[in-house]
Design a protein around this ligand. Structure first.
Ligand SMILES: O=C(O)[C@H]1O[C@H](OP(=O)(O)OP(=O)(O)OC[C@H]2O[C@@H](n3ccc(=O)[nH]c3=O)[C@H](O)[C@@H]2O)[C@H](O)[C@@H](O)[C@@H]1O
Length: 443
């Protein structure tokens, strides 16, 4: 199987000399332009050529927003690094090989992400087959993703470098491995960034999800799918704690809206094709190897650097709080959801009977004010934070989250055990060992 990227590579001449030869054909001195019509045609071509050169060189042609000129195209395109061939297929097969009795074979999307890395390691450790896929986009420092990839490689997990929108690649993976499960964690995360780059949310969280479901529904056997929704779907809901039965039709950010859309899309694919689908509403997940765009992470970095941190408060000095959930608890929830996922019922794109459709909250059930989070970090880092108290911006943040987790407890014994102080201690220990305690980190 040829590399998927080879098609557009084929047009690039292998030697600079080739450019010269081609260029010389358009030397007007060597052409005989006798008639006015010939001259007009020739100069029209030159003019058209110049316009094309200008278009392809201009940043606006290579990105959807001029704010993200060079990176956006490479992040969001279907750019897939070289794949295919017998040794690549062997790597894919070996990574996905089940090593325990009754083990699962799981395709983990977003495997180089925070939750993806932890879940992949946990699955591999208990003998499941795990293959990762990740597009290594630069929403945050890709070197952290590469470091997570190196970690997974040491556990024998291979991450295919590609986008979930690449249907040819996904199809190929299902041809090589009859995955029993898909743990779908690839997404554009973050509530505030949705104001800056809305299309990246549509690309990953909607188009990418639909593409993945299309492949899964056609696969034989169809896998069971567990995927990451978000606590943000509760949006402006004020009834606490949030229960899965509460309304989720008032999203406060485009991010939340795309996750809510995902839940509806899941319903459709379950209904039409018999795909088994479980959505997990994660509540502000934190911990070692976390995401640098999240508050606890960049607060740590900036406190250590002596920089001021924006601490949000609601109107009338109201408390802003989150049901921060430690990564190990989330991993247990993910494994519980995978283990209790029933088989999809369809084959080859045809539904044969009703299939399982679930949505669970995975939170910690004890919200903590953001100001307390800062206090914990000050104590752990032994540095006083320069707090810049600010009004909660109206760009997607909600004031409060609090999970009711009784459904997940009932279905698969989900029971979070790590409080914020304990979890932050583990995070800070990792942070210091990874970046150092001084001003080394420059993300
Ligand atoms: O629970 C979820 O579903 C979501 O949790 C997080 O979103 P969020 O809770 O907003 O996490 P942070 O951005 O880390 O914010 C944590 C808290 O710090 C506050 N904050 C954030 C940024 C800042 O500069 N200052 C500040 O006080 C926020 O208002 C929030 O209360 C993740 O970023 C989302 O991807 C995820 O889907």
């Amino acid at each position: 199987m040829p590399s998927s990227s080879s098609s557009h590579m084929d047009n690039i001449p292998s030697t600079p000399g080739k450019f010269k030869t081609e260029k010389s054909m358009f030397n007007p001195n060597r052409l005989r332009l006798h008639t006015p019509l010939a001259k007009l045609t020739f100069y029209s071509f030159v003019f058209l050529g110049l316009i094309l050169v200008f278009f392809f060189k201009s940043p606006s042609a290579t990105s959807s927003t001029s704010q993200y000129p060079s990176s956006d195209l490479s992040r969001r395109s279907l750019k897939t690094s070289s794949w295919g061939g017998p040794s690549w297929e062997k790597r894919v097969r070996s990574s996905a090989r089940i090593r325990s009795r009754n083990g699962l074979s799981v395709l983990v999307t977003g495997a180089a992400g925070f939750v993806g890395t932890h879940v992949s390691v946990a699955l591999k450790r208990r003998g499941d087959g795990v293959l990762g896929i990740d597009n290594f986009n630069d929403y945050y420092d890709p070197s952290l993703k590469r470091a997570r990839q190196a970690l997974l490689e040491r556990s024998g997990i291979y991450i295919v470098e590609g986008d979930i929108n690449d249907d040819v690649l996904l199809k190929k993976l299902f041809e090589i491995v009859p995955f029993s499960h898909v743990m779908h964690l690839a997404a554009q995360a973050g509530v505030r960034y949705a104001m800056q780059n809305p299309s990246s949310y549509v690309h990953s969280n909607i188009a990418g999800f639909v593409n993945l479901l299309e492949i899964c529904k056609n696969a034989n056997p169809q896998p069971a799918i567990v995927w990451a929704s978000s606590s943000s779907v509760y949006g402006l809901n004020t009834k606490v704690p949030f229960s899965e039965k509460d309304r989720t039709d008032q999203p406060a950010s485009l991010y939340a809206a795309t996750k809510k859309a995902g839940e509806e899309i899941a319903h459709t694919y379950n209904h039409i094709y018999g795909l088994s689908l479980t959505g997990l509403r994660f509540f502000t997940v934190y911990g070692p190897w976390g995401r640098p765009d999240m508050a606890y992470f960049f607060f740590t970095r900036d406190i250590l650097k002596g920089k001021s941190i924006p601490v949000f408060e609601a109107a009338n000095h109201g408390t802003v709080a989150r049901d921060f959930t430690y990564i190990d608890d989330i991993v247990k929830g993910c494994l519980g959801a995978l283990d209790t996922a029933e088989k999809s019922t369809g084959t080859g794109g045809k539904k044969r009977g009703p299939a399982q459709l679930r949505v669970f909250n995975l939170g910690n059930t004890s919200p903590v004010p953001v100001s307390d989070l800062v206090g914990f970090l000050e104590r752990l880092l032994k540095v006083k934070a320069k707090r810049m108290v600010m009004k909660l911006p109206r760009n997607g943040d909600v004031q409060f989250t609090h999970a009711n987790i009784s459904y997940a407890r009932r279905e698969f014994g989900y029971k979070p055990t790590t409080d914020l102080q304990t979890g932050l201690k583990k995070f800070v220990r990792w942070y210091v060992s990874y970046y150092g305690s001084g001003k080394k980190s420059d993300q």
